[in-house]
Ligand binder design. Structure first.
Ligand code: FAD
Length: 310
């Protein structure tokens, strides 16, 4: 059995692995794909102390550091069930898709999240070529340009307000007949001179010239009229889904499916910790996930030295 078993190897899981292994305890990491979401990122310009890097390079560096400390890396392994210890101090089990059960005195859950796609033609083709999901990450790439935000909930409206300060013009596209964001955000949005809001608008296609995005098509759901907007970027803001479906019923989740953690990364299950985008920690960013992983590992270590093995 491991002292610490980490499930997921993005920035959060990798940081947890490095911090745990450096305590000299038996550390394993079970992961579908080392690196996590950063593998799908073109350019990273906001990881502190690194002026610019790209996702695959950053992901490879995470894995190299985890390997350097002799962590047992179990790749292409998908966890399907968490089996809490029968009593505090007992072993926690993690059942893998291949049927095996890994056992550990403590477990850190860091399975991350995925952006919900709008699933229209052009979205996949132009990912990272104008189609973006994270305004904090990619907003500055569209400085002075025209972009759209798809989604009029809190994250869409926040993104539109944020982007309006950076880009030339923002077109917000909402499927429903009104924006669902908090009234204070909607009021702020409506006060901005360079934002156009379209409600009852169904995005039908993201168009491009073969290399990058050049427009967005939407249908007015009331009149049936089709519209085309010429623009350089499309931010899809229709939800971030935590990879926690497999934990339903064993670990407390928020109504958004995020693992509920306290300030030290404890979940409601003894010996089980959470870190990064799969948890209730606010602001889903690499630097935040990495710090959170370090914190969860230190909490797990604290748990191990205080909890006798039964
Ligand atoms: P993830 O990176 O999502 O890692 C989750 C890990 O868990 C992966 O290894 C995955 O394979 C594994 N996993 C999932 N389910 C299971 C399972 N059941 N069993 C085993 N393993 C599992 N942030 C920034 O700070 N700057 C940026 O420029 C930036 N750009 C981005 C661009 C894009 C296109 C995207 C998608 C995200 C971007 N982000 C950026 C956000 C950033 O990537 C995330 O906040 C960060 O990766 C979260 O780290 P994490 O470790 O919590 O989760």
């Amino acid at each position: 059995a491991f002292d610490v078993l980490i499930v997921g190897g993005g920035p959060a899981g990798s940081a947890a692995a490095v911090y745990a292994a450096r305590k000299g305890i038996d550390t394993g990491i079970a992961v579908e794909r080392m690196g996590g979401q950063v593998n799908d990122t073109l350019s990273i310009e906001n990881y502190i102390s690194v002026l610019e890097t790209d996702g695959p390079k950053f992901g490879a560096a995470l894995e190299a550091q985890v390997r350097h400390y002799g962590v047992d890396i179990m790749s292409q392994q998908r966890a399907v069930e968490l089996i809490p210890a029968a009593q505090p101090g007992g072993l926690v089990g993690v059942r893998m898709e291949n049927g095996g059960v890994l056992q550990s005195r403590s477990v850190i859950l860091s399975t991350g999240a995925r952006w919900r796609n709008v699933n229209v033609p052009g979205e996949q083709e132009y990912k990272n070529k104008g189609v973006a999901y994270c305004p904090h990450c990619d907003g500055p790439l569209f400085k002075g340009k025209h972009v759209a935000v798809i989604g009029g909930g809190n994250s869409g409206v926040e993104a539109a307000i944020d982007l309006a300060g950076v880009v030339a013009h923002v077109t917000l596209i909402e499927f429903a007949d009104q924006l669902k964001a908090d009234a204070v955000l909607v009021a702020k949005l409506n006060s901005l001179p360079n934002v156009t809001v379209n409600v009852n608008a169904q995005t039908t296609e993201i168009t491009g010239d073969g290399n990058k995005v050049d427009g967005l098509r939407f249908k007015d759901r009331v009149s049936g009229a089709e519209h085309t907007v010429a623009l350089e970027g499309v931010f899809v803001q229709i939800g971030l889904v935590p990879n926690t479906e497999w934990l339903k019923g064993t670990v407390e989740l928020s109504r958004f499916g995020e693992i509920v953690v306290d300030a030290k990364g404890h979940t409601n299950v003894p010996g089980v910790f959470g870190a990064g985008d799969c948890t209730t920690v606010p602001y889903k960013q690499i630097v935040i996930a990495a710090g959170d992983g370090a914190k969860a590992a230190l909490s797990a270590f604290d748990y191990l030295i205080r909890t006798p093995l039964v």
